[in-house]
Write a protein that binds this ligand. Structure first.
Ligand code: NAD
Ligand code: TYD
Length: 332
């Protein structure tokens, strides 16, 4: 099988490529990524030496390039997106263009090229803030941030191609991922690397917001299952077992890095900050047999150790264009 993966130089896409190549020794992957600020070929070092992996620098919004990329492809797994909520609050243009227009361009190119199936990787943020209870795949979508709204729109654009043409699109909606190689603008890598550098940890509001954390490889295994066994047109929620308040995660990071609680800085809250996400993932567990193997509480010490051991990787990012973003974001 020849797979086209988009966003394979990003956090989750690069894990998916490594994982997939190691499990499917005869399959090939074409990795399409525009290398935005979040794309980093350094996330893919071993895979880049693998002759079954081919990197193509291209933008999913560019229809002719996507049509070319689809030649000989059997299935698409679509990760490429603008992904950071805080950046979507500063400007939403790129989110609308890449996530909405780009997704439609890509699905359409796949359909017209006769690619057999398409997995669109989405997020639990489409359901909006869920103070209590759980959201099944049938729950109303009610996104809060421009990021979440653009992902919701991308789900609709992907799904309409299924409804209109019967094209086999499947959608996954996962909770917050943790793992190595996550761009350090996101909560966990930002807090871990700041703690290692003895810098303040900027906690939004009172730190009472709750997130469900899932290991990136558990997410990748779920996406792989949907690719192999998912039903055309279906949506699959994916979630970890633990729900954590941000303040509890921050305190745990301080403990694991042997720092002082004085590093905790309560800063102005994020506008429209969702309190909690809580997708009900019984459908993928019962229907496709997916299981979480790497729970957050058990894995967090190992994640902190990874950032200790791979300082060169994140120092390079933090010393680059990230600096300007960080200044703008946290001077508020
Ligand atoms: P990321 O920001 O780390 O990586 C995104 C990748 O997409 C980058 O390599 C970037 O260069 C590429 N990209 C962006 N715009 C592009 C374009 N126009 N054309 C081609 N490539 C482009 O993101 P991530 O955290 O790995 O997330 C991957 C996917 O998973 C996204 O669709 C995201 O919405 C979804 N998701 C993420 C999480 C999470 O916790 N990170 C949770 C649920 C779902
Ligand atoms: P984030 O990693 O941006 O993921 P998302 O908002 O998509 O869930 O943030 C996770 C949580 O951490 C969220 O409640 C916002 C909070 N947060 C902070 O308190 N401070 C920060 O500097 C960041 C980036 C996030």
């Amino acid at each position: 099988m020849k797979l086209l993966v988009t966003g394979g130089a990003g956090f989750i896409g690069s894990h998916f490529i490594r994982h997939y190549l190691s499990r499917h020794k005869k399959d090939q992957i074409v990795n399409v990524d525009a290398l935005t600020y979040a794309g980093n070929l350094g996330n893919l070092h071993e895979a880049r030496k693998n002759s079954r992996h081919r990197f193509v620098k291209a933008d999913i919004r560019h229809a002719p390039a996507m049509t070319r990329a689809m030649r000989g492809i059997d299935a698409v797994v679509h990760f490429a997106a603008e992904t950071h909520v805080d950046r979507s609050l500063l400007s939403a243009d790129e989110f609308i263009q890449t996530n909405v227009q780009g997704t439609f361009t890509l699905v359409n190119a796949a359909r017209l090229a006769g690619v057999k199936k398409f997995v669109h990787v989405s997020t639990d943020e489409v359901y909006g803030s869920i103070p209590s209870g759980r959201t099944s795949e049938k729950h109303l979508v009610d996104p809060s941030s421009p990021y979440a709204a653009s992902k919701t729109a991308s789900d609709h654009m992907a799904r309409c191609v299924y409804h209109t043409y019967g094209y086999p699109v499947m959608i996954t909606r996962c909770t917050n991922n943790f793992g190595p190689y996550q761009y350090p603008e996101k909560f966990l890598p930002l807090f871990i690397t700041n703690a290692l550098e003895n810098k303040p940890l900027p906690l939004y509001g009172k730190g009472g917001n709750v997130r469900n954390w899932i290991h990136v490889l558990d997410h990748c295994e779920a996406v792989e299952l949907v690719l192999k066994k998912g039903r055309a047109g279906d949506i699959y929620n994916i979630a970890g077992s633990g729900e954590w308040r941000n303040i509890d995660v921050a305190q745990k990071i301080i403990q694991l890095t042997n720092r002082s609680l004085n590093l905790l800085h309560f800063v102005k809250d994020r506008a429209g900050h969702d309190l909690r996400y809580a997708p009900d993932d019984r459908k993928i567990r019962r229907g496709l047999g997916w299981k979480e193997k790497r729970p957050f509480a058990k894995e967090l010490p190992g994640l902190v150790q990874w950032y200790k051991d791979n300082e060169a990787w994140w120092q390079k990012i933090k010393a680059g264009s990230f600096k300007k973003y960080y200044k703008k974001q946290y001077k508020r």
